[in-house]
Design a protein around this ligand. Sequence first.
Ligand SMILES: C[S@@+](CC[C@H](N)C(=O)[O-])C[C@H]1O[C@@H](n2cnc3c(N)ncnc32)[C@H](O)[C@@H]1O
Length: 210
Amino acid sequence: MTERGTNAYKHHRDVPPLVARAVRTARAAGFAFSCRPEQGRLLHALAGGATAAIAETGTGCGVGLAWLAAGAGPGVRLVSVERDAERAALAAGLFADDARVTVLHGDWPAITPHGPYDLLVLDGGGQGKTPGDTPADPRALLTPHGTVAIDDFTPATTWPPTHEGAVDHARLHWLTHPALSATELRLAPDLATVVGTRRGEDLSGRSCCS
Ligand SMILES: C[S@@+](CC[C@H](N)C(=O)[O-])C[C@H]1O[C@@H](n2cnc3c(N)ncnc32)[C@H](O)[C@@H]1O
């Protein structure tokens, strides 16, 4: 059986040292929902393309943020927000020596004043997956040509994609978003991520790439 979340790192020991520390922190806190190594490696690669600022919603115990920080360049700011006070404090402690990283305690829109971002990872709030969770607006949060990543989908085998027997409206929202060129990446047989790049605009403000 495929291990999920924090447990998946039992089988993936070749990770950056900061990721290993974050995984130990998550285990010690009993937090099971860290991003899987497959997603972490994607975050690491995407962070390498950021030039100025990265944001994450849902810090957890800092595993995804550690992948991002390990992949980001020295001049790139990273902002992550977590609504659980204990997890936010644990993650803030992990990154205390890294001046690039800010961990906020609060609801996910707290990242807004620190943007816009050239990479936005929606992993806790702003995904639109649960009732009452309004999806983040890529026009407000991303720089032109900035990238958004939404984790933790089951790979689609139909169009429209379905989840638990019904149309997966959250995934459709991102895949058909008018401000994005988006696609689904299968990272493992049971795991997919949607990645979208904000479309450029011509001088009249119209999308130039549709
Ligand atoms: C899947 S876990 C995040 C895992 C983490 N990003 C990682 O890679 O290890 C989701 C986290 O999002 C947090 N969360 C959920 N809704 C939130 C919201 N509206 N604002 C901020 N954090 C939220 C939860 O408390 C939880 O810690």
